[in-house]
Design a protein around this ligand. Structure first.
Ligand SMILES: *Cc1c(COP(=O)(O)O)cnc(C)c1O
Length: 455
């Protein structure tokens, strides 16, 4: 076993040629998106003004197991993929654990995260449809950065609505997006009807993701030649992100390593859904068994304290309803929450799998997350994104359990990105200004009360 290299790289020829659609192997399919007015399942025609045609097909297809990755996307992937699967020998040694720890590192591109895997696919299909451009929202800016780069590659216009507080406080990400030629507008803005309405009702508001989504959707549906794209949560995004899991499985199979536990952070669920896809597929088909663990922040605990119900995907309530583990579309994590993963809901695919007992979920307080981030940075040579550090926290905890029991378990986790644009959060942690606010049951109940009534 000691002949396993520090980094397992694949050859270009070993990269996946098709994305894997986990839904094809699910007995209980994820619930369909519903029209927010009629509560009937959304048809392709109804989604067409909002999303690109090919992406709608992918979104609604619960049966086709593999989708060929178009040649142009495979060529682009080669620029920064295959991503390495790293054996964390240094971390293992530091922890003194008999466990074998592996992580799949997705931070090796300018967006600094896995989000480019889906951004390039979405931009490709928009281009192929002959569109002029796309709109989107971004919070901290990882998704906006990935999409801007993908759009510039295909000469598409990219309009990003960036939550105003981030636009002002995170000028670096904003400038990366502008480097790729995207237009970046602080949200809420005076450019849209919904933005004007929100500004009139809440003068001086610093915005929210939900509000930025509503603006981006309005601009897409009211501008000829534009569609709206989203970087997580949707089935199509999990499909594209399956490239992470497929590469991971090929790399582990090369060395005959079978994971005992697979761990990923969960915001909207796209990296986790992608990482676990082929492993979960085996589990669903009864071919193998794995422990699969989703890690979320204790301050935004969709899986562990949310309700499995239909909810709005945005605060403006313009998007279709999705059935998912949700904290309610009005839920906003406490202002002191610095670790990302702040979306109120969760992928419908992962929600169904969790509901059916195929995976576990756990939540971790943010100071413990930053402790793990720091511990990892000091020995593994990568400064992790706070989001990724949620998975590191649980991987370290699992490895420490192995130290007690003497078990040499194989632990695999997703290291979704780097944290160089998150140094203000690290600063808060170092200065002892970070607390672990956890929402009370009463706060969550108030938010659940706003769930739409769907029967
Ligand atoms: C966006 C992001 C996440 C969370 O999104 P998911 O859709 O849950 O994967 C995690 N890590 C990084 C670095 C991100 O940018």
């Amino acid at each position: 076993m000691s002949d396993i290299p520090y980094k397992i790289y694949l050859d270009e020829s070993e990269m996946p040629k098709a994305w894997y659609n986990l839904r094809a192997d699910m007995k209980n399919k994820p619930a369909p998106l519903l029209n927010p007015g009629t509560h009937q399942p959304m048809k392709a025609e109804e989604l067409a003004p909002v999303f690109c045609d090919e992406l709608i097909k992918q979104e609604l297809d619960n049966d086709t197991p593999y989708f060929e990755i178009p040649q142009e996307i495979r060529e682009f992937y080669k620029m920064y993929r295959p991503s390495p699967l790293v054996r964390a020998y240094c971390l293992e040694q530091k922890l003194g654990t008999p466990a074998h720890i592996y992580y799949k590192f997705e931070g090796n591109n300018t967006s600094g995260s896995h989000k480019l895997n889906s951004a390039i696919a979405q931009a490709y299909y928009a281009k192929k449809q002959g569109l002029k451009g796309v709109t989107t929202e971004t919070g901290a800016g990882q998704w906006g950065t990935a999409l801007s780069m993908a759009c510039s590659y295909f000469d598409l216009d990219c309009k990003v609505y960036m939550v105003k507080v981030s636009y002002e406080q995170k000028p670096f990400r904003r400038e990366v997006m502008r480097t790729y030629g995207a237009s970046v507008t602080p949200s809420p803005s005076m450019e849209t009807e919904v933005g004007k309405r929100i500004l009139a009702a809440h003068p001086g508001t610093t915005g929210s993701l939900g509000c930025a989504i509503s603006e981006a959707v309005e601009v897409a549906t009211s501008t000829p030649g534009y569609r709206y794209v989203l970087g997580s949560v949707l089935n199509q995004v999990l499909l594209h992100q399956s490239v992470i899991g497929l590469e991971t499985k090929t790399a582990l199979d090369k060395y005959g390593v079978k994971p005992d536990v697979i761990i990923g952070c969960a915001g909207g669920g796209s990296n986790l859904g992608g990482l676990i896809a082929p492993f979960m597929g085996q589990k669903l088909r009864g071919e193998a068994d794995y422990r699969i663990v989703a890690v979320e922040p204790a301050s935004c605990p969709s899986f562990t304290r949310g309700k499995f119900a239909y909810d709005f995907c945005d605060t403006g309530m313009v998007c279709p309803l999705a059935k998912m583990y949700t904290l309610g579309s009005n839920f906003i994590p406490a202002p002191n929450h610095a670790g990302g993963l702040r979306y109120h809901g969760m992928s419908s695919i992962l929600s169904q799998l969790y509901h059916d007992g195929y995976m576990e979920a756990t939540s971790v307080p943010q100071t413990k997350v930053f402790e793990a981030a720091e511990q990892f940075a000091r020995v593994e040579g990568i400064l992790p994104a706070p989001e990724s550090a949620h998975a590191i926290r649980v991987a370290i905890d699992e490895a420490l359990k192995c130290k007690e029991t003497g078990e040499a378990k194989n632990i695999v986790f997703g290291l979704t990105g780097t944290g160089y644009f998150d140094m203000v959060a690290y600063e808060k942690f170092h200065d002892g200004l970070m607390d672990d606010y956890i929402p009370t049951d009463a706060e969550l109940e108030a938010s659940f009360a706003t769930l739409p009534k769907v029967d």
